[in-house]
Design a binder for this molecule. Structure first.
Ligand code: NAD
Ligand code: MG
Length: 390
């Protein structure tokens, strides 16, 4: 039986890797919807190659261009945020959530509401609204499968295990572009330097987040929300080779490590074929050639993002939504050249401080409230950035 598949964020790094796997096994999948930001040419090409039912761009101004590119193909074209939510709500069996940022939250929720299995690359939705995502999955009998490589690794290590026998989990971090830079030099790190990753080929935003360790900070929170671990059970280790993605430690001292090449097609493929294992065309590791795997403690003085993530996990409530929105805004500020590399963490910390009263630690998380908090946190962070520029 073919699986009906939709891909949110089809034109990005995760989206293209997902399509790569689908095109390698074309009879297994039927494509319902593909969505993108503004890369309409790539979206139209993907939609035709995969014979999708509908292609949606977030950018309403580009609808005529998308329509023109799809003319005569029978593929529907649509545009705008609401159209992306509607595409996500179209009946399908498996939906890849690979939009970058908080924009991925509401279409992900729409996919869960129609009962689809949601393959979750969009970690921001777990950070901003983890309890809501889980509750929506449960209420609709929908399955949530992690795609972030560390969380896929944890998920795989937990198969057949009892959750209450888990003592700790360790997620690894490559250390990003600047792992061997002295702290002083980080101050003047440029956009180009932060945008190249030593091991992984990913979208620009997550690549910069890897250099600042904000990506790992988001992943700490994601691990807590997805699996329900206590914050003190989740550790981070710098592992420059990026071959061990995560480890799960059990009550008897045993440690299950997930080892694989730094290729997102493994985690995507695991989710795509779950509960089976497909023949995923990633490199088979030759460990004799690799020789040595190294690990070391992260230095929180260099990377305050990890300390901030720990505060957010303790606070709970809407702190994750504030953290994520402030981080996205600070990242915009760095990309636009308005603040320096190390100032990103300062802006996020100051935003969290200013908004602690808005964390509403015990409140049930609703989509409207997340959007409101997100909006306010972006405004607060933008003002802080403007004040810095004097
Ligand atoms: P990317 O920037 O390469 O792609 C993002 C996709 O989302 C594109 O299709 C883009 O057009 C679309 N998009 C961007 N803004 C949008 C908006 N406002 N509305 C609708 N669509 C929009 O990003 P990526 O690296 O593929 O990452 C996607 C998600 O997966 C992120 O949440 C990231 O943290 C996560 N992730 C990525 C990797 C990786 O290897 N790239 C690994 C783990 C997790
Ligand atoms: Mg990851």
């Amino acid at each position: 039986m073919t699986k009906r598949v939709s891909i949110l964020g089809a034109t990005g790094s995760i989206g293209c890797n997902t399509i790569d796997l689908i095109e390698a096994d074309p009879d297994a999948f039927d494509i319902v919807a593909l969505t993108a930001g503004s890369n309409v040419a790539r979206l139209a090409d993907q939609a035709q190659r995969l014979r999708a039912d509908i292609a949606v761009t977030a950018d309403e101004a580009r609808l005529p261009e998308l329509r023109a590119a799809l003319e005569g193909t029978g593929i529907e074209a649509a545009a705008g945020k609401a159209a992306i939510d509607e595409a996500a709500a179209r009946p399908s069996d498996w939906v890849m959530s690979a939009i970058v940022g908080a924009a991925g939250l509401s279409p992900g929720i729409a996919a869960l509401e129609q009962g689809a299995t949601l393959a979750l690359a969009n970690k921001e939705s777990m950070v901003a609204a983890g309890p809501l995502v889980l509750a929506t999955a449960e209420a609709n009998d929908a399955t949530l499968l992690p795609v972030d490589s560390e969380h896929s690794a944890i998920f795989q290590a937990l198969v057949g295990e009892k959750r209450d026998e888990v003592e700790r989990v360790i997620i690894t971090a490559s250390g990003g572009a600047f792992r061997d830079w002295p702290l002083e030099r980080l101050k003047t790190a440029t956009l180009a330097e932060a945008s190249s990753h030593p091991n992984w080929d990913m979208g620009q935003r997550i690549t910069i987040d890897s250099a600042s360790l904000f990506n790992k900070a988001l992943e700490l929170i994601e691990a807590k929300e997805l699996f329900g671990f206590r914050p003190d059970q989740i550790e981070v280790l710098i592992h420059p080779e990026s071959l061990v993605h995560a480890m799960v430690g059990f009550a008897d001292g045993g440690l299950m490590a997930h080892v694989g090449p730094p290729d997102m097609r493994h985690a995507i493929g695991y989710a795509l074929y779950w509960p089976d294992r497909g023949n995923v065309p990633v490199e088979r590791l030759d460990l004799a050639k690799v020789g040595t795997l190294t690990f070391r403690e992260p230095d929180e003085a260099r990377h305050p993002a990890l300390r901030l993530a720990r505060d957010v996990m303790e606070t709970g409530g809407y702190a994750g939504a504030i953290f994520n929105a402030a981080k996205e805004t600070a990242l915009d500020g760095f990309i636009e050249g308005r603040i320096g590399f190390l100032e990103m963490a300062e802006v996020v910390e100051a935003t969290l401080e200013k908004m602690t009263d808005d964390c509403l630690a015990n409140a049930a998380i609703t989509l409207d409230q997340v959007h409101e908090v997100d909006h306010l946190a972006r405004e607060t962070a933008r003002n802080l950035i403007a004040a810095r520029q004097g």
